[in-house]
Write a protein that binds this ligand. Structure first.
Ligand code: BGC
Length: 579
């Protein structure tokens, strides 16, 4: 996570937004003429004021169907399908037909096909009155004799349930247990005292194409592939799993430590060899009961706002690789009913100034629109892999010191935020204001922003000098908020927690504590990782950290590799402290 330019002046209105989450279930019945044909349909929606996601399950109660099926219905109002999955959708007027996908065109007796779609509507969103499967109306039963036509017998509505498989929850973290990555857990458990924290859910980083299948070599990121993790999550009985989608062309354009395998013009490869295979696995119905949470492309879009003075960032802005890549990922992954996309939104020390706050929201909207539907974005995450304090307990942005605003201190430097919680809540409002759904939720990566231990100030300073006051009061002990690599003195932050504050879906551990941000000296590797001097403790910094010392720990391995000394310090300086 990187740096920041800055500017002045802006205000925010605080407001709470709520998603309308409606589950409506019906089972539809009508008559039919053939004993060999019969079907049952359940239909449910998750709706908001102008649109909805529909989930349809059709069970074949008659003879086995081979060679393809078509499910059809008439909408009662002006509903219009904008996107569908697990079938080919066509709509003419109110009539919708869904043809079976080529890979699943048979339906055995009592087998169920599930499909889903997004749609727009206005007014009332009434459910369709009846469905047909291959022209036969779905009555929920097979008539006993062909000659005894039955009259329509609508059955009981199925109870509405926002956690029904295939229905997106407003907050996927709520009431669900997170997947514990066994590879991270093993490394944490091997450290003295590590078992105190090793049962926390951390994210799985899909940081290269090979990570999808797994890399059973000495790779820093372990041997398990995406299916291995998803299967392990099922075996754990986990409610959700967190994955990091992190492989854009020209990745990490403003730094070197996390450069990746794809070149600046590799967008086609990103789509075909990275996103498509991930989407294929995530859409496997075997995982339908698991909430799959994707953290989408760390550090990418904000770099297009603040760092286009750097050659690779300028290229990625000009060639559209980031915006189109993120848009493609959001489209493919957002179409899957149990998948939740959270887009990376930097941190307050990067985009907390007017000059970049609004423009960052705008470019995120551009990427979401490139996906075809802003609702492919479920929310955003701040502070990923960064160290910004969740809350500064001893001062706020409104604190004055002897008549001088803390905004004028060198540390705050005219930023509008002093910590991540206030920033994340305000940025959420901004995102809704520019056009995102009012139900979006924020995540904050609290894996390494605890700032406890002996260096933590216990009270506000009594100094009347604004710089001295801020420096003595702040719990964030970095030399500059633009420092991002293996920060000396940092501690584990809040443990992962659902719905901790207004507008916040969860505190999460996306950066697995103990995994390096980058090597402190150059280390040759075959992962495309460069050596960024921001990870070198002897370096005097660059313009993005105000030419301050980097504050990085020495002895660090390449990014992603296990860094034992850092993990031990994170535990020692944990806040809340470990018992
Ligand atoms: C690295 C990834 C790694 C991730 C999590 C990133 O900085 O580039 O390779 O998986 O951190 O540790």
């Amino acid at each position: 996570m990187r740096p920041h330019p800055h500017s002045v002046a802006r205000g925010l209105a605080a407001a709470a937004a709520v998603t309308l989450l409606t589950g409506a279930g019906i089972a539809v019945a009508a008559s039919q003429a053939s004993a060999a044909a019969g079907c049952r349909v359940t239909y449910s929606v998750n709706q908001w004021s102008t649109g909805f996601t529909g989930n349809v399950a059709v069970t074949n109660l008659g003879d086995p169907i081979t060679g393809g099926w078509t499910l059809a219905w008439d909408f009662a109002g002006n509903q219009r399908v904008t996107q569908g999955w697990n079938g080919t959708f066509t709509q003419s007027g109110q009539r919708v037909s869904v043809a079976s996908p080529s890979y699943a065109n048979s339906l055995a007796t009592n087998a169920t096909a599930t499909l889903g779609f997004n749609a727009d509507y206005s007014g009332t969103n009434a459910a369709p009155a009846s469905f047909t499967l291959n022209g036969t109306q779905c009555t929920g039963q097979v008539p006993t004799t062909p000659s005894s036509p039955s009259s329509p017998t609508p059955s009981e509505p199925t109870p509405s349930d926002p956690t029904t498989p295939g229905t997106k929850a407003d907050n996927p973290y709520a009431g669900a247990r997170g997947y514990v990555n066994p590879e991270w857990k093993a490394k944490a458990d091997a450290e003295p005292g590590g078992s105190r924290v090793s049962n926390n859910p951390t994210a799985v980083w899909l940081d290269r194409i090979a990570a999808i299948e797994g890399t059973p070599d000495s790779s820093s990121n372990g041997a398990m592939g995406l299916r291995d993790h998803l299967d392990a999550a099922l075996a754990q009985g986990a409610g959700y799993i967190q994955l990091v989608i992190y492989n854009l062309p020209g990745r990490d354009c403003s730094a070197l430590a996390s450069n990746g395998e794809l070149g600046v013009n590799d967008l086609p490869k990103y789509k075909a060899q990275y996103i498509d295979p991930i989407a294929a696995i995530e859409s496997d119905t075997k995982y339908r009961n698991l909430r799959i949470i994707n953290i989408v492309e760390i550090d990418s879009l904000p770099n297009l706002v603040t760092n286009t003075n750097l050659a690779t960032c300028a290229t990625m802005k000009q060639n559209g690789g980031y915006v189109q890549g993120v848009g493609y990922a959001l489209n493919k992954l957002g179409a899957i009913p149990n998948v939740y996309n959270y887009v990376d939104a930097a941190h307050h020390g990067w985009i907390g100034w007017d000059s970049n706050f609004g423009p960052s929201a705008d470019i995120m909207l551009e990427a979401a629109r490139a996906s075809g539907n802003v609702r492919n974005v479920h929310g955003f995450i701040t502070n990923t892999a960064n160290y910004s304090a969740l809350t500064e307990p001893h001062f706020t942005i409104n604190t004055n010191v002897n008549g001088t605003s803390v905004r004028q201190s060198k540390w705050v430097d005219w930023n509008y935020y002093v910590d991540e919680l206030t920033f994340a809540q305000a940025f959420r409002q901004k995102l809704v204001q520019v056009g995102f759904d009012s139900g979006i939720g924020m995540l904050i990566d609290t894996s390494r922003n605890g700032w406890g231990g002996t260096g933590r100030p216990a009270a506000a300073s009594t100094s009347t000098n604004v710089d001295t006051f801020v420096n003595q009061s702040r719990i964030d002990r970095r030399a500059h908020a633009g420092n991002w690599c293996n920060q000396d003195g940092a501690g584990l932050g809040e443990r992962p927690k659902a719905a901790p504050a207004a507008g916040i879906d969860a505190y999460v551990w996306v950066k697995p504590p103990g995994e390096s941000d980058g090597s402190s000296t150059e280390i040759p590797n075959n992962e495309g990782k460069g050596f960024d001097r921001m990870c070198d403790p002897t370096y005097g910094g660059n313009d993005r950290n105000g030419n301050n010392p980097t504050g990085a720990l020495s002895g660090a391995p390449i990014s992603g590799a296990w860094f034992s000394a850092q993990f031990r310090q994170l535990m020692a300086n944990a806040y809340p402290p470990l018992s």
